[in-house]
Design a protein around this ligand. Structure first.
Ligand SMILES: [Zn+2]
Length: 396
């Protein structure tokens, strides 16, 4: 074994390398991990038998057959992820490789925990209906608000209007390991493993929708803080004696940049006879309609994104100066606006952040990011937290 690693850490080292750089061949794994080729072959053979990884058919080039590549498997183990939001429930089935094999979204308009979890169970049952149940490794649920993942409790959710809700109580009917996480941290994990953040070690993922918060990745791991409170980016004060925030404070970032604010500004402008051709049609799809009008060049809408983007960029500049991240990912509802929001955000960052300015990108997993990230919770547990399983693997 190279680097004095024990069996267990060698396995997770190999898995990590395949996850980050796969498809990758055994020689490259040996090079990147400094393990001997024989050790890598031994470990990868066992990981293939366990169904964690699989071989990708090799291609033949002019110089002969290329070495066989390895990736995380999409066949033997499947994870279910569900995002709960006040307006919809979104579910996915993913393999260990993160590929979405099935997805489903239903609209909801009730928000008591009983109602929402009843719908959640329906979405789960529909997702797993045609699957071999023995392959399901777990269910992850992403919920907006202050979450206690260890005890699977929603401490408080402003979006859902919940306080002290035990998720176990409602989902114990589902007989697989259950994980819950705050929605933005789930998005961050999804982007880190399977999206825009692959291969990065230090990044910030800004979840901007009706609420604003940030997922923080330090040295490849999600940082939550001792009270799971880290990342309350929306409550950074950016204006002395500014707008009142839902948290009770004044001048927080959130009331300047949330999608709710954008909708309010648009409706207010229309009421005050702003020069625009935009007129709202579907109340439930208002934000999408606004984005569409912006993309079609409506000046009134563009100015609103410009103003919101400037505030958001100032907020992000502050955390760039503080964290020195290598990447910023913009996710959640606001990210649907794409360049409409990204361009003014980048301009404000260039004005206010100290160089070097990190790359700033839009979420790669899009509207499935939270569901995929929630499913990743069970994948992470399977691949990295079961040391007994590793020892059994190596003992075979
Ligand atoms: Zn606030």
């Amino acid at each position: 074994m190279g680097k004095g690693l024990n069996k267990e850490s060698s396995i997770s080292f190999v898995l990590d390398t395949i996850r980050k750089y796969g498809p990758i061949n055994r020689y490259e794994i040996a090079r990147k991990t400094s393990l001997s080729p024989a050790t890598v072959t031994n470990i990868t053979d066992k990981l293939i038998k366990a169904g964690f990884i699989s071989e990708v058919p090799s291609s033949v080039s002019k110089r002969g057959r290329k070495p066989i590549n390895l990736t995380l498997s999409n066949k033997n183990h499947l994870s279910i992820g569900i995002e709960i939001d006040a307006r919809y429930i979104t579910g996915v089935v993913i393999g260990l490789d993160g590929d979405v094999q099935k997805s489903e979204r239903i609209e909801v308009n009730r928000s008591t925990p009983e109602d929402i979890f009843q719908e959640t169970v329906k979405v789960y049952n529909s997702l797993v209906s045609c699957l071999d149940r023995r392959k399901i490794i777990g269910l992850g649920v992403g919920i907006p608000g202050l979450i206690d993942p260890k005890n699977r409790m929603v401490i408080f959710s402003a979006v859902l209007g919940w306080r002290d809700v035990s998720v176990d109580e409602f989902l114990s009917i589902i007989d697989v390991p259950l994980f819950i996480e705050d929605n933005v941290r789930a998005i961050t994990l999804g982007e880190l493993w399977y999206g825009a953040g692959i291969g990065k070690e230090n990044l910030l993922c800004i979840g901007a929708g009706r609420g604003i918060s940030a997922g923080i990745v330090i040295d490849g791991a999600i940082y939550s803080g001792p009270n799971d409170r880290a990342g309350e980016f929306g409550h950074m004060v950016i204006e002395k004696d500014g707008k009142k925030c839902k948290c009770g404070n004044y001048g927080c970032l959130e009331p300047y940049v949330s999608t709710e604010t954008i909708i309010e500004k648009v409706l207010e402008g229309i009421e005050n006879n702003a020069y625009t051709r935009f007129s709202p049609k579907d109340e439930d799809r208002l934000f999408e309609e606004i984005v569409q009008a912006g993309k079609e060049g409506d000046k009134f809408i563009l100015n609103i994104f410009e103003e919101v983007g400037e505030y958001l960029g100032i907020g992000i500049a502050n955390i760039i100066n503080f964290f020195n991240p290598e990447l910023i990912i913009l996710a959640d509802e606001l990210s649907k606006a794409g360049d409409l929001i990204l361009d003014p955000v980048k301009r404000a960052i260039r004005l206010h952040a100290l160089p070097p300015i990190p790359e700033i990108v839009i979420s790669k997993l899009g509207s499935l990011a939270c569901a995929v990230g929630s499913a990743t919770l069970a994948v992470k547990e399977l691949l990295y937290s079961k040391s007994d399983q590793y020892i059994a693997l190596m003992g075979r």
